[in-house]
Design a protein around this ligand. Structure first.
Ligand SMILES: Cc1ncc(COP(=O)(O)O)c(C=O)c1O
Length: 444
């Protein structure tokens, strides 16, 4: 440890903070703190520069501490710090909604602001229930998620999500929930480039669930177009189209959770556009503000919004909202971020680099322990064979070693998930995969 690092850690009392999704005791024994950031890099507490191969957490798509966003937030903080959205509001929230609607998939041009991906998911699920009730189909209450889905940490999100850890820790959760099978097929689709060819028929499981519950009881299906948090699982070619067709046939709403796939990650603004399938509701967060201020949103088809705008004009149409919905600082950050995406044509820039990225991902093939490589846009999943009886340990060791060598990666189970800022250049791709290859070669 260097002198500065020791001094910093001596000044900090690490005991009070309970870190989220972290092995707290292990972390506090050997903390990894970030103290500054710019563009593609973080500065660690020991002064080292760390190349960010994960955009913070699938979030800083325009790169770190970008001047237009920093300035917009500072200006806003000094002008209007807060205004409620309950029976009042401020211009910035309207402008942010207009700019978001302008890049949304066709028809999803009504926007409800929240503060996180989890809130966006729970809001979308509640909208689906309320929508059916408003139309006199209040029996539609079953929500269908998918195995290996991740939809944040609210009670709604963990119920429709498919992470066994949540059921193990919190029990069975919402009662009227069922799940589709996940789409990952390691046998048939290993080492696919882009969308895997096999597995569209897994969408037919929805027909079985409809036969079981009856369509008249089902409100919505929610899926991530690309599942990230459970290991970068790509939709097989034709799968999302088939889900869409089945939902249409049975009057079921389709919700895409685009919290990680939004804002250029897969090539277009949203994965819905990349894959050519339009959901009825779409959740987003993270890169909406380049993660500089917490914010999420639910994008809603106009017909759904219109269904709420009935009844007496003096009545509150949707009994839902947050103290910080459309917060002025978040709105300012969203406006500046969406402008920056447009001004620098960042979605197209990310898409242009994707073939180079894909080649770099697949150049790892043949290194020890790699059992699959997957990619789409600027996303990669590198799946490692688990050490028997120690799931996740091998990938976590890779994370620690990459961090020591100045590259921030992320792991989920034994899959390394990469999702860099869209401003990345070829030299950054070379550095990320150069370090990864060295680390993977020597891993236990
Ligand atoms: C698909 C998806 N939905 C929801 C969330 C939850 O977002 P947040 O952590 O902002 O609540 C995440 C977080 O990674 C996510 O990947």
């Amino acid at each position: 440890m260097g002198t500065n690092e020791i001094e910093l850690l001596q000044q900090l009392n690490l005991q009070h903070l309970w870190l989220p999704f972290t092995a707290n005791r292990q972390f506090k024994a050997q903390p990894r703190l970030l103290v500054a950031a710019r563009d593609m890099h973080y500065t660690a507490h020991d002064g080292r520069t760390i190349l960010d191969a994960v955009a913070g957490l699938w979030a800083v798509n325009a790169g770190h501490c970008r001047a237009p966003i920093v300035e917009a937030i500072s200006r806003q903080a000094a002008t209007l710090d807060y205004a409620t959205g309950f029976q009042m509001h401020h211009p910035g929230a309207f402008l942010a909604a207009e700019k978001l609607a302008a890049i949304a998939p066709a028809g999803l041009d009504r926007v409800f602001f929240v503060n996180s991906g989890s809130e966006a998911v729970d809001t979308a699920l509640k909208m689906a229930l309320a929508y059916h009730r408003l139309r006199g189909e209040g029996t539609r209450r079953v929500l269908i998620g998918r195995e290996r889905g991740y939809h944040g940490v609210g009670f709604g999100g963990i119920s429709v999500g498919g992470m066994p850890g949540n059921r193990k820790t919190f029990g069975n959760l919402l009662p009227l929930v069922d799940h589709l099978p996940h789409t990952h097929d390691a046998q048939r689709n290993a080492f696919s480039r882009g969308q895997p060819q096999w597995g569209a028929e897994r969408a037919d499981a929805l027909e079985s669930l409809i036969a079981l519950h009856d369509a008249s009881n089902i409100a919505a299906v929610i899926v991530e177009p690309v599942a990230g948090s459970t290991g970068v699982l790509l939709p097989p070619a034709g799968y999302l189209q088939r889900l869409r067709e089945i939902c249409d046939r049975h009057g079921i709403l389709l919700i895409f959770d685009e919290v990680i796939t939004g804002f250029g990650r897969t090539g277009a603004a949203f994965a819905a556009q990349t894959f050519g399938v339009t959901p009825d509701l779409l959740t987003c967060a993270k890169a909406l503000t380049n993660a500089a201020v917490p914010m999420g949103a639910v994008l809603v088809k106009r017909e759904i919004f219109d269904a709420f705008m009935t009844g007496p004009e003096s009545s509150i149409e949707f009994y839902h909202g947050y103290t910080y919905s459309g917060h002025p600082l978040a709105s300012a950050a969203a406006i500046a971020t969406l402008d920056l995406f447009r001004d620098e044509d960042l979605f197209a820039r990310g898409a242009a680099l994707a073939p180079y990225w894909e080649d770099a991902v697949h150049s790892l093939r043949g290194l020890p322990n790699i059992i699959d490589l997957r990619n789409i846009g600027l996303v990669a999943g590198i799946e490692l064979e688990s050490i028997p009886s120690k799931p996740g340990a091998r990938a976590f060791e890779a994370f620690l070693r990459c961090y020591r060598r100045g590259v921030l990666i992320r792991t989920t189970g034994d899959t390394i998930a990469l999702s860099p800022p869209l401003i990345l250049e070829r030299r950054h791709v070379d550095e990320i995969f150069g370090v990864l290859a060295e680390v993977l070669r020597d891993l236990p």
